[in-house]
Design a protein around this ligand. Structure first.
Ligand code: CAA
Length: 257
């Protein structure tokens, strides 16, 4: 059985971390399984959105502490690089990704959620970067991606105190987009995926990419990127269909061309 299950529900793929006995702790094998699932999704032109969740009572309780116990500094650096490689691949997937955080999202689990385009949280979710309790620091992007979501001072408070926060506080600081009853979480995340799937896939992919790339550059460069991309989508059949359908008062049928 795979450590990361992948299933398709229409055009939305659901990935589930499936190591519930260890609260979905991210060991090398789980990271490699996740990488494989991500690579499959990247090749699958029928998938339009991805929802990522965890089996059992955790989303992921972090990097696997037992596996880290005997690591030498070079091994730890390689482990961090592996996590970055996998989370980086998730971040640049052409289709939008939604983390449905069902429980603990601690350490590497919080970093994994932050590698998705946005996060929906169950009322039971708890977020945190508790690495300093172990005498270590975040290693899968927590010193950078978290700060982008919540601002550097809030990220410093989470990383430097190690204190977890409940879902409602995660909502207040902008870490998550919505807090939902546990039994509605997955359905709401899948429904957001279906909404995305009903749009033109090229426009979705280009909008995601421009927003992502635009974060890292001077605003003038971001504006220029947007202008070019805006021109680019006008070369697609989908924009003719979308605009014509609006003017003809009917639903568009996008083909991804
Ligand atoms: N690594 C390995 N195993 C873990 C784990 C982790 N991060 N988190 C939980 N587990 C295991 C526990 O060892 C336990 O296993 P056994 O049943 O075999 O003893 C099982 O999952 C259930 O956990 P608990 O009994 O501890 O459950 P709890 O409800 O009492 O506590 C918890 C839940 C508060 C999340 C607690 O498990 C916990 O504090 N976990 C560690 C959280 C953490 O420190 N995460 C950061 C890891 S470092 C990191 O992520 C670095 C990085 O950025 C790359």
């Amino acid at each position: 059985m795979s450590l990361v299950r992948s299933e398709r529900r229409g055009a939305v793929a659901l990935l589930t971390l499936d190591r519930a006995d260890a609260l979905n702790a991210l060991d090398r094998a789980t990271l490699l399984a996740l990488e494989e699932r991500i690579a499959e999704l990247a090749r699958d032109e029928w998938v339009r959105a991805v929802v990522l969740t965890g089996a059992g009572r955790a989303f992921a309780a972090g990097a696997d502490i037992a596996q880290m116990r005997g690591m030498t500094p070079p091994e730890a650096e390689a482990f961090s690089r592996l996590g970055h490689r996998v989370f980086g691949a998730l971040e640049v997937l052409r289709v939008p990704t939604i983390a449905a955080v069902n429980g603990y999202a601690l350490g590497g689990g919080c970093e994994l959620a932050c590698s998705c385009d946005w996060i929906y949280a169950s009322e039971k979710a708890r977020f945190g970067q508790p690495e300093v309790n172990l005498g270590i620091i975040p290693g899968f992007g927590g010193t950078s991606r978290l700060a982008r979501r919540v601002g550097v001072a809030m990220a410093k408070e989470m990383v430097l105190t190690g204190a977890p926060i409940p879902a409602e506080e995660a909502l207040r600081i902008g870490l998550v987009n919505r807090v939902l009853p546990p039994d509605e979480l997955l359905a709401r995340a899948m429904s957001a995926g279906e909404t995305i799937a009903s749009k033109g896939p090229l426009a979705i992919a280009i909008a995601k990419r421009v927003m992502q790339e635009g974060q890292d550059v001077d605003p003038r460069v971001a504006h220029a990127l947007e202008q070019q991309a805006f021109g680019l989508v006008f070369a697609t059949e989908d924009r003719s269909e979308g605009i014509t359908a609006f003017l003809e008062k009917r639903d568009p049928v996008f083909k991804g061309r």
